[in-house]
Structures are given as C-alpha cells and as structure tokens.
Design a protein around this ligand. Sequence first.
Ligand code: ADP
Length: 511
Amino acid sequence: MSQQTQDTGRHYIDGEWTAGAGEETFESTNPATGRQLGAFHRGTPGDVERAVSAAETAFEGWRAMSYIDRAEVLWDVYHELRDRTDELGAVVTKECGKEISEGRADVVEAYHMVEWAAGNSRHPHGDVIPSEIASKDAYMRRRPRGVVGCITPWNFPVAIPFWHMAVTLVEGNTVVWKPAEQTPWCGQIVAEMMVDAGVPPGVFNMVQGFGDAGNAIVEDDRVDTVLFTGSAEVGHEIGAKLGGEPGREVALEMGGKNGIVITEHADMDLAVHAAVMSSFKTTGQRCVSSERLIVHSDVYEEFRSRFVDLAEDVAVGDPLGEDTFMGPVVDESQVEKFHRYNDLAREEGADVLVDRAELDDEEVPDGHEDGHWVGPFVYEVDYDPHLRCIHEEVFGPHVALIEYDGDIEDALAIHNDTRYGLAAAIVSEDYRQINHFRDHAEVGLAYANLPCIGAEVQLPFGGVKKSGKGAPSAREVIEAVTERTAWTVNNAEDVQMAQGLSAEITTGSDD
Ligand code: ADP
C-alpha cells in the first residue's frame, strides 16, 4: 500500500471529495503492463455509513423534484460521456485490459443507458386501469424506494454503474455506489461527471474500496434496495442476507456457463463467427461469454476444424492496439483460475485441441512482460453431467466443444444441464428449431444466428437460476428501485364496492 498523497483518489460523500476515515490506500494496475495507474483511498464501513446517512437525508428533497428536473442532471452526464468517449474508453482499456473497441463501447453503452433513463422521464410512468365501478378511477403509480446501494464489477466499469444508477436517480432515489477495486480510476471519472453535472449533495455518493465496503452497504438497513452485479458467490451471499428482510429489496446479476447450440441446419460461417465472438471477446470475461459449444454430429467435424483454426490464430496483444482481438485477463488470480480449470478439464478426460494458455514470449508485446497474459484454450469432451469443467464458470477463454446427436431436444437437454441461466444462442436455418430453443432454453437472454454477447440497454438484462434474481440492469431496473401503488379514487358521493361486496353498514338498531 502506498502512502496517502494529495493525488490519491478520494471518495465523494455528501457533496464533498474526502479521504475518508481509513488509513489505507490501494493501487489501480494496468493488467496489460503491470504498471500502476494511480492510488486511491480505501473506503471503510464508517465511510459507507456516512454516505448512507447523506443519501438518506438528501432523499426527500430529490424525490420532491420533477422527473424532468432530475433527468436534467443526467443529460449533462450524457453529453460529457459523448464528448469524452475516446478519452474515457482508453482509460477503461488501460484499467481493465479489454481491447480498445470494447473500452470505447463500454462508454457508448453507458451513454445509451443515460439517454434511455433521462428520455424516459418524459414518458408515462404507470397505467390508467378500468374499475368495475364506473365512478372509480384506478391507476398504477410508481414512487422511489429511497436509498439504493450499487455494487459493481470491473469488466464494464462505466456501463454497469450507469445500468444501476441512471434509472435509479431519475426515478427519485439517492445512491451510494461502490465501484470495483480493480477499476477505481473509471469510478473517479464517473463521479467527477456527476459532480460537474451538478448532482445535489448527498444524492450521489461514491465510496472506493473492497468487499468490506460493499458488505457495509448490504448490512445497512437504511439502504432500501441493493443492486449487485458480480460473482455468483458474492451475489448469493447478498441474496441470502437480504432475501428475508422485510422492506429491503435486492436485484442480482451474476455469471453463467453460457452455451451456444449449433444444429445440423446451421450456416457454418455464422456458427464459427458467433462462437469466436462469444468465447474470446473480452478474453472470455463477460458474464455472457460462452464456455460451451454444443454442436450436432452432422456438422461437428467442419465446425471443429474451422473453430480450432481461428482459435489458434486470434490476435492476443496490446489492448490499445487497433488490431488486437483479445487483451490480457484482469489480474493474476484470474490467470491462476484459468490454468486451474484447464488442468481440471485434462484430469476429467478432455481432449485438448488448442492450448495457447501460456503465450509464447514473442506473442507478448514489448514492454508488456508483466501483464496477465493468456490465450485460447479449447477442448472436446463427451457430455457427462458429472464433469465440473463443463458446469463451473471459469471467466476466461476456456471453451468446451460438446458433440450431440439427435434433435433440438437433445441439444437442449445438454444446454439446460447447468445451474446457471444467463445467456445462450442457437445457430440454425430452421425456424422451428430456433423457436423451440427460444421457448425452452433456460436463460434470461437468448439469440438466434448471433453471438450470445452484445446486449442493448433498451432490452431487459438478467438471468434465471443461479445467474440472477430480478434485473439490476438496463430498463427493468425500474422494478427494483420503485414501489408500485395501486391508487383508486372515488368520483361518486357514496361508497360502492367491487365484486358485489355490500357497502351497507348495518347496525343493531336497524331491525
Ligand atoms: P468479480 O469476480 O467480478 O470481481 P466480485 O463478486 O468479487 O466479482 O466483485 C463484484 C463487486 O462486489 C466488487 O465491487 C466487489 O468489491 C464487491 N464485493 C466483493 N465481496 C463483497 C461482499 N462480501 N459484499 C458486498 N460486495 C462485495
């Protein structure tokens, strides 16, 4: 840990930049070079406590503003994100290692989300609903829940925070945000944008730090909703803590063991393209990345040969280079996990087809020797429900080819044999197969003749089974950060009840 200095990144709490109560700082490191990018104060549970108090105090004033006035703050952030897309995209790439088109796309996705949320402030917020009684007007209205805690991961360090915060703020909630410890620089820039846009004190608070700071958000019962995107382990821990707590809402989005089904009717160009994008983009570190390719035996040989050729060849290198397809993984623990699962696949009997797990020295770009480098690892294995390597998420370019015989139900049986359920794709020219897959794949996001990555903000984003609960992302986050009120008004001068219920009050003196 470095000493605190004036340049050390700070928290933003109650309208002020602050070093917080703790003594410790931590470094942000470039995964491609191993070089330090900056130091940041490490938030403590006490800092979180102050941030929640500020958010609680600011809530009444913020919710009293109109939707449209609240959205004005977000429109300023939108313009800043657009104006600084290249600059911030490069920071994303330097801090989390994904290649530069992905770094930029992270910022583009963020301003799309802000655009959706701020634009939505001028759209209807609820429904007018008929009543059985002609003299009654009934409505569904929304109101903000209060203080929302946002805990975000490193792999989309700008987009995911806005998935959590943009709708949340426009709906009238206040925010306590903890960015991922791997990407505090992105966190700092996002916070600066909020401040420049004039967000009132206490409405937006940011505490830098690790899991203990995240946990303090979860433990504080003044936080009405917790939005979490990250690992299944932590997500389930949060779900278990808050699941039974009256009045506390939680929306979780975790990973997957996502699969692509390539049927006997697949277009092979599309199949190979979709599989390479899904397995290797972001070096396999998207929650929607695919680690299982389930391929019909009629097309298996051709698919295997073409997929293997490309996996042998995809460009791993400097993520700031325009020709790079795959950058490094985020840190050394991710390198170790990847190797551990590659070894496990071997132990479980897999036949390894591509092993670029340890890159040759000449593949590592000059000056990047201390980066966290890995390359594609591809294997084939007979389907067996007991194999851990095809059931546990690796979060790296670790891909299984699994051959199947029979019809789409047989492919689906393999596909659905996982405790996860985030994203999937089918490649087929047969619309019946496609529609059957759409209706029976146990996932929250599904694609046909496309990669299983690349969600857009105007669609819901979230998983089923072990992959999530609710949707802390994109437009559906509105359900987690608002309460719905069924509101009925009587326009008559007497009381009439629905369902034929008598409204007469009888008394003992009536007879
Ligand atoms: P990843 O594997 O993507 O890093 P994590 O679940 O470890 O996923 O981290 C996602 C976010 O959750 C990060 O901001 C991290 O600091 C935070 N976090 C980690 N542990 C906890 C915890 N016990 N409670 C709350 N937040 C946590």
